[in-house]
Ligand binder design. Structure first.
Ligand SMILES: *Cc1c(COP(=O)(O)O)cnc(C)c1O
Length: 420
């Protein structure tokens, strides 16, 4: 089955009892069983079935199994948000005294979570990229996991998943990859060696920004041992299902970060057109990025496929010619950047990515407002930078909209900051 077909049919054949082509919304908190014996079995994972929607729910389960198929994992757990997915993943394996390595260009919310984890005795070391040199300087016996994003945002650095996985595994560590900005549509991380894939399905998977949600998919490939991961003690007996079994029966269930059936349903609708949308997001993003490469009044354009990006070769081969739906531009000054945003007609000024509509934001004054300038620069954020999450509009309209906003800024501020 190829990817478009898999989006529609992978691990999914509609609702068996009614013939509905999407799993209906089982808007039910709990599920009655015929006998005390049956509910006992369900509670002990000895029979399939549902007991309580904080643990599992049929609509949510259908979404989970479809993502498991697409990411080529052995199981998934859907959560109330992408942040909940990341939090539950770490809490599932770590304890006080443990340390993790993360690339420094990760999502702002993830950086904030890392700060929270420090209060629980979990330390995070940041490296600018996953290289042997950086690892040799950082890895201690307390390091228990490595975290990265497929395409960092807004730095737009591309992780070479295969190379990173080889290095991480040579230290016998699990590789946790946030695939939100690429999705399985651009790359199947597990195929290339990632151990656990996280998606904020609030973004491209849902597609029209109608639900917040996240999902964790396990490859089953990492060998968890009780002496390195003491909290896994009761679960190592489940072999390759150890991580997902502990998550479902313990961490995720006890935190209570379950996904609502309604939102799982919206995600299932979005998922079916992921490939069509992604194709257009990527095409439009490349066209716009190329347009800005040749314009006066633009200090820099960043898009993974541009020759000027240090990641163009990795993006080209890893994503098979695609570059994702996000690019950034720098306009010399914050004033020019603000004026540019204010003169866009279609693009919405908003803190989000992965919508069908084109979205823009000035990260320095919003998402990264609480970071120091040094932290901002590490994350690829500058005072004159605008991030664009390109939608699926007609490219002619987007080119006209962005072109006119730039013309307005250049006419009113001069081409460069020193002329402004
Ligand atoms: C948005 C985002 C998250 C967090 O997801 P929420 O659904 O907003 O909690 C995590 N990682 C990346 C890369 C994101 O873009």
């Amino acid at each position: 089955m190829k990817f478009n077909t898999a989006l529609l049919h992978g691990n999914f054949s509609g609702d068996e009892t009614t013939g509905a082509t999407l799993t209906p919304i089982f808007q039910s908190s709990a599920f009655g069983q015929k006998s005390a014996e049956q509910i006992e079995k369900i509670f002990h994972n000895q029979a399939p079935g549902f007991a309580y929607s904080r643990i599992s729910n049929p609509t949510v389960a259908a979404f989970e199994s479809r993502i498991t198929y697409l990411e080529e994992g052995i199981g998934s757990v859907a959560t109330s948000s992408g942040m909940a997915a990341i939090t539950a993943t770490f809490l599932n394996i770590l304890q006080s005294g443990d340390e993790i390595i993360s690339t420094s260009s990760v999502f702002g919310g993830t950086l904030d979570l890392f700060r929270d984890l420090e209060n629980f005795g979990i330390k995070v070391y940041f490296i600018d990229s996953i290289t042997k040199e950086n690892f040799d300087m950082t890895v201690t016996k307390n390091i228990k996991a490595v975290f990265a994003e497929t395409i960092g945002n807004p730095k737009l650095d591309v992780t070479d998943i295969r190379k990173s996985a080889e290095l991480i595994h040579s230290y016998n560590l699990p590789f946790i990859l946030d695939n939100t900005t690429a999705t399985a549509c651009l790359v199947r991380g597990i195929n290339l060696g990632a151990d656990i894939i996280i998606n904020s399905s609030s973004k491209y998977i849902n597609g029209s920004s109608n639900s917040i949600s996240g999902i964790i998919t396990d490859s089953g490939n990492y060998k968890w041992t009780a002496d390195r991961y003491p909290s896994m003690k009761e679960y190592v007996q489940f072999g390759k299902f150890a991580f997902i079994a502990k998550l479902r029966n313990d961490t995720f269930r006890n935190i209570g970060c379950c996904l609502s059936p309604m939102n799982a349903y919206f995600n299932a609708i979005g998922l079916e057109t992921l490939s069509l949308r992604m194709e257009r997001h990527c095409q439009n993003a490349l066209r716009l990025a190329e347009f800005f490469e040749n314009q006066d009044g633009i200090r820099a354009v960043n898009y993974p496929l541009l020759k000027s990006s240090p990641y163009s070769d990795t993006a080209m081969s890893q994503f098979k010619g695609k570059g994702g739906g996000i690019f950034t531009i720098r306009l010399y000054t914050k004033e020019r950047a603000f004026d540019f945003i204010n003169h866009l007609k279609y693009a919405v000024n908003i803190t989000n990515i992965g919508d069908t509509k084109t979205l823009v934001i000035h990260p320095a004054s919003t998402i990264y407002a609480h970071s120091t300038q040094a932290e901002q620069e590490k994350a690829g954020v500058y005072d004159d930078l605008i991030r664009v999450s390109v939608g699926i509009e007609d490219i002619e309209d987007l080119l006209e909209d962005f072109g006119e906003a730039l013309k307005y800024v250049n006419d009113n501020h001069g081409y460069r900051s020193d002329e402004a």
